[in-house]
Ligand binder design. Sequence first.
Ligand code: NAD
Ligand code: UGA
Length: 474
Amino acid sequence: MNFSIKKICCIGAGYVGGPTMAVFANHCPNIKITVVDINQKRIQAWKSNDPAEFPIFEPQLDELVLNCRDKNLFFTTNLEKSISEADMIFISVNTPTKTKGVGAGKASDLKWVEASARQIAKFSNSHTIVVEKSTLPVKTAETIKKILSGSQENNSGKTEKSFSVLSNPEFLSEGNAINDLENPDRVLIGGDDEKAIDALSEIYSNWVPKNKILKTNIWSSELSKLTANAFLAQRISSINSISALCESTGADINQVKKAIGMDTRIGEKFLSAGPGFGGSCFQKDILNLVYLSSFYQLEEVANYWQGVIDINNWQKSRISRLVVNYLFGNVSEKKIAILGFAFKANTNDTRQSPSINICRDLLEEGAHLSIFDPKVENSKIKDDLQNDLNKIEVVQENGSWEIASSVLDAANGSDAIILLTEWDQFLNIEWNELIKLMRKPAWVFDTRSCIDFKSARKAGFNVWTIGNAPFFNE
Ligand code: NAD
Ligand code: UGA
């Protein structure tokens, strides 16, 4: 029997579920797609008439959602209905690092995945293809299969239900999600049920060339996702480690980047030094790999990947330390402008953003921070800076922070500007104007090497850009 997919349910209306299903819906007008979430506020936001209120900022997403919503794309909190009518269900829920219990600090917390599997087991009616879209440790499909196989009757107890489980990890990167989904380097489908694999492959082939659809066994698929993220993150830790060496030796990180990137075996992408990688996944997925390696008693493998995280943490803290050092070893009661709070440009996501660590370090040193980000909500910044329960007291006692309404507002009266996210609007700052508002000596710390540093120097700033020796005007 071939499976004909008419109705899809996606559990999880987050950064993956929302954009992915919007792209599916646009390419598959004959499939009804329902995105379901337990978070009522999030679902309400997806239903808003004003796209600015969508829970996720992602270039080009608005038009895709508006084009299909209430035609073949629906957002709801009604899990039972969406699951029971679906032929195919994507599990696209969060899988953060566990904070307590066995594996705390390393293993992924699979409670939301397990809850989803139990809901599917409970509400589905006939044969259902269950697709792991979330990033999961190798062998999670086994757990899902066990949960599903415990329920072979439908709601009314009449027909027998059955399941095929596939792994179809998502490789989109935030800020570029729509382009990544429209033109993926590859689509990976892991599983052992060929008909189910064909059914999913058929959906993708509406817009993805067939030679880019890769079919593997389920464990290879799960492990490839973790490995891809680990390799990408490793490149960033590698270039970041070299950025520190450049600063000490007089080499220029951008020249080194170009020289090595022209080697076709290395390639030019993903070699930008920065304040350390952020985002919800790199750290979590590498920690997961470390945990998995230790579980299989491969300590050397675990230590190797742990090193990628260690360099990343070091990079974040070395930036806060050097800012303090250049400001005469003291930032207490000095105003510092923070430009950018998102973990990268073109997203409103702040999960694991290096800005959080760097701001917290400076607050502990007693600085007064004035934070401007064009897309991150003020409440998000507040949560991020105060959420670490152990640090609430410290932050309140020592430093303080406020939200600024613009670059000028943040810079007004400050001693230094720290650029942490490479938003386009920061690339063409009028340094001549800005310096007039600042206390002297005025510093700019560019952790993304993206500003017009020559203009900043000419305007009279002391300039530090990542991976370069500092430039002193005075
Ligand atoms: P997210 O936190 O933005 O969204 C997950 C959503 O799932 C939340 O809205 C949550 O309320 C909902 N949810 C949790 N349990 C539920 C349940 N039982 N029933 C219904 N809804 C439930 O997370 P995300 O960034 O979209 O990531 C989802 C998964 O995709 C993770 O495993 C992540 O590693 C992976 N991933 C993320 C990205 C990315 O760029 N964010 C890229 C590739 C893969
Ligand atoms: C990353 C991967 O790129 C996606 O393929 C993957 O699907 C996703 O993780 C995931 O599994 O969640 P994302 O975290 O959204 O995507 O964004 P990236 O562009 O990878 O950036 C991650 C971090 O690395 C950001 O903080 C970014 O500023 C930093 N980065 C990236 C650098 O410092 N230098 C670079 O050259 C590239």
